[in-house]
Design a protein around this ligand. Structure first.
Ligand SMILES: N[C@@H](CCC(=O)N[C@@H](CS)C(=O)NCC(=O)O)C(=O)O
Length: 223
């Protein structure tokens, strides 16, 4: 099941028996940050078209797609006039666009404030800390000496420790309800787990097993 942006053919996906009057298109490649919005779309149960971009073939660097994302990265999402890049922004858009589904708390509430914190924590704190660990390892593997640019950039364990404590008290990131924050942080912790960065964090590991066993996650990562 392949298609290309060139042919503009899209794979129809999502749960078909739920009409949401949307014409959402997700530009996607498996195993990338594009899994985040796809996971959320599957959780929401809305229909969407998936355009698979072949990154190896450089489809994301060609003209038709550059008009959607000049940075030549996946994911991107379009819906009518909306043309959006950045996995975090796309997830926040989708959670609010279908807010009746309950994947983002109501505006102006304490839960919403907490949601902002965790969404920012995903990309602003956890992702750079994972990337820093990867760079660190790479330099050490090559026999070089790692020089820290700043203490904060090397503190994955501190960042993960905060999440570990939060998950001690609650089933999901925001409490007893699964939200888009579980999608964003779940995707990042999956990555961290594949690098054995969270082996000591039992609460994170248990939560990660739970969220990645969800049918929506399995559908989003099936290919
Ligand atoms: N901050 C962006 C990062 C997007 C990104 O780096 N995507 C990678 C895949 S995970 C990509 O498209 N790489 C292709 C390339 O750099 O050529 C987001 O969260 O959406």
């Amino acid at each position: 099941m392949t298609n290309s942006l060139g042919s503009q053919a899209a794979i129809q996906t999502g749960i078909k028996n739920q009409s949401n009057n949307s014409n959402i298109v997700l530009y996607f490649h498996p195993g990338t940050r594009a899994v985040r919005p796809r996971w959320l779309l599957e959780e929401l149960g809305v229909s969407y078209d998936l355009v698979l971009l072949n990154l190896k073939e450089g489809e994301h660097k060609r003209k038709p797609y550059l008009a959607i994302n000049p940075a030549a990265k996946v994911p991107a999402l379009t819906e009518g006039e909306v043309m959006l890049t950045e996995s975090l922004a796309i997830c926040m858009y989708l959670a609010d666009r279908f807010q009746e589904s309950g994947f983002s708390p109501a505006l102006g509430t304490a839960d919403r404030a907490d949601y902002y914190k965790w969404m920012a924590y995903s990309i602003g704190t956890l992702e750079p800390a994972i990337l820093e660990k990867i760079r660190h390892r790479k330099i050490e593997d090559e026999g070089g000496k790692y020089i820290t640019l700043s203490q904060a950039m090397t503190e994955f364990d501190v960042a993960a420790g905060v999440l570990e404590m939060a998950l001690k008290k609650s089933q999901f990131v925001l409490g007893d309800k699964f939200t888009a924050a579980d999608v964003m942080i779940g995707s990042l912790m999956n990555w961290a787990n594949s690098l054995h960065l969270i082996d000591i964090h039992q609460n994170i590991l248990e939560w990660l097993r739970r969220v990645t066993a969800r049918p929506a996650y399995l559908r989003a990562t099936k290919d």
